[in-house]
Design a protein around this ligand. Structure first.
Ligand code: KE4
Length: 431
């Protein structure tokens, strides 16, 4: 018997009269799976509760920030204490230095860091800094990787690895993407060709060191090594976008896991503990070009906001003091193995990709190594799987091309509950 979602339905109808598409970010609109989004009343640990009182085991975690689960007591207390001292001052506070120190101590390549308010703002600023530091214009990104709604990165690939991109959103002038090269993720030869053709013009390469925005796609070691070698050889900056993987895949992020040293790192999500924080940091000699230390402009009224800093500090302290990564790996492996078995038993083409607590079940045989292979997935079947799981109280990302997240609040019992639901749901969508 489908759960009642009457109050969500009414809330969505009201929101659609007030807010474009009824949501403040399109990722939430259920566009890829059909139907209407749930309106959430509250979250607690690994669980969400919608306006109609339905309970869901949450594998979205606000798209990554909630690695500790919802309303973690240490985070709640930190925000409550901070707000009693005032919400914002437009003047420096020690909390900003405290979060900066935690980030610098944790992330191997970061010597200095600047706080902003979102991952988009952090990526945009890192790109501007790369161009300002090198005096060059060309930026390289990879198809299927997402770095926020930065004009110059809202771009689709050119016809070959050496032709520049064209805008993929109205409102982005051709000039904004004329210096953006879009390559194929994990394509080492494409990288070599692009640097051979344009190397001395490339200011920076921005990459998700584990991709989460085409579904979960792992990098090859060769790809990461060539990224570092070629950028170093040609004087371009290597920018790791760790908005999703930072403090997620390990306390030092993907770069610690893979022993890589980018020149700049972009952060967001977990560093704000669920409040709006983005950050960009890296080599001190590069970061010292950021105003007012240097000439590259970047600013923000609420950058380093005391409440957001408090949430970020509490979250990183909890992750530092009680690292959940070993347990997240065990839960992730248990879930992945169980989902693979269930999909195989249902006779379904599938490819299960995972990195720690990030995972995607692709409805395609795979392997899924880049955006082209990810797009082979059967999105209609994914949509049916999404709803079959939702009816069984499991809240998955509402797109085949998004990573799911396990939180430290998930238990083995939750994983087993998920696998029971998945066995039924996969058998259902196989028919
Ligand atoms: P925000 O501006 O949304 O804070 O961060 C942009 C961003 C940058 N880099 C990476 C690797 C990201 O994954 C993101 C944002 N991720 C999406 C989920 N795929 C956020 C969900 C949304 O847009 O609502």
């Amino acid at each position: 018997m489908p759960a009642s979602r009457v109050r969500s339905r009414d809330a969505f109808e009201r929101a659609c009269r007030l807010i474009p598409g009824g949501v403040n970010s399109p990722a939430r609109a259920f566009g890829a799976v059909g139907g209407q989004p749930l309106f959430i009343a509250r979250g607690e640990g690994a669980y969400l509760y919608d306006l109609d009182g339905n309970q869901y085991l949450d594998y979205v975690g606000s798209w990554g920030p909630l690695i500790l689960g919802h309303a973690h007591p240490r985070v709640v207390q930190a925000i409550e204490e901070a707000v009693r001292r005032g919400a914002s001052f437009g003047a420096p506070t020690e909390a900003e230095s405290q979060l900066a120190e935690l980030i610098i101590d944790a992330v191997p390549s970061i010597e200095m860091v600047r706080m902003v308010n979102s991952g988009t703002e952090a990526s945009m600023s890192a790109i501007r800094l790369a161009r300002g530091f090198t005096g060059r214009d060309v930026i390289v990104k990879f198809a299927g990787c997402y770095h926020g709604h930065v004009d110059s990165l809202l771009v689709q690939a050119g016809s070959s690895a050496t032709t520049f991109g064209v805008p993929n959103s109205p409102g982005v002038p051709a000039g904004c993407t004329a210096d953006t090269l879009v390559l194929r993720y994990n394509d080492v030869q494409g990288l070599v060709d692009a640097f051979a053709a344009h190397g001395e013009r490339i200011a920076g390469v921005i990459v998700e060191p584990v991709a989460g925005n085409m579904g979960l796609v792992r990098p090859s070691a060769e790809f990461l090594n060539e990224l570092r070698r070629l950028t170093g050889k040609h004087g371009a900056l290597l920018i790791y976008d760790e908005v999703m993987t930072g403090f997620r895949l390990s306390y030092g992020g993907a770069q610690q896991l893979f022993r890589q040293m980018p020149d700049l790192t972009v952060l967001g999500k977990i560093v704000g503990g669920g409040l709006p924080v983005g950050a960009y940091g890296g080599r001190a000699d590069v970061m010292k070009h950021v105003m007012p230390a240097g000439p590259v402009f970047q600013a923000g009224t609420l950058s380093g906001n005391p409440l957001a800093m408090a949430a970020g500090i509490a979250t990183l302290q909890e992750l530092r003091d009680h690292p959940p990564y070993g347990r997240l790996e065990q839960l992730g492996e248990r879930l992945a193995n169980g989902l693979h078995e269930a999909a195989r038993a249902a006779g379904l083409e599938h490819c299960l990709t995972r990195a720690g607590s990030m995972w995607t079940l692709f409805f395609t045989n795979g392997p899924v190594l880049d955006y082209e292979s990810a797009k082979q997935a059967d999105t209609a079947r994914f949509a049916r799987f999404f709803w079959a799981m939702l009816e069984r109280g499991i809240y998955l990302p509402c797109s085949q091309f998004e990573s799911a997240f396990i939180s430290a609040a998930h238990t083995e019992k939750d994983i087993d509950h998920t696998l029971t639901a998945a066995r039924e749901a996969l058998a259902e969508v196989a028919r």
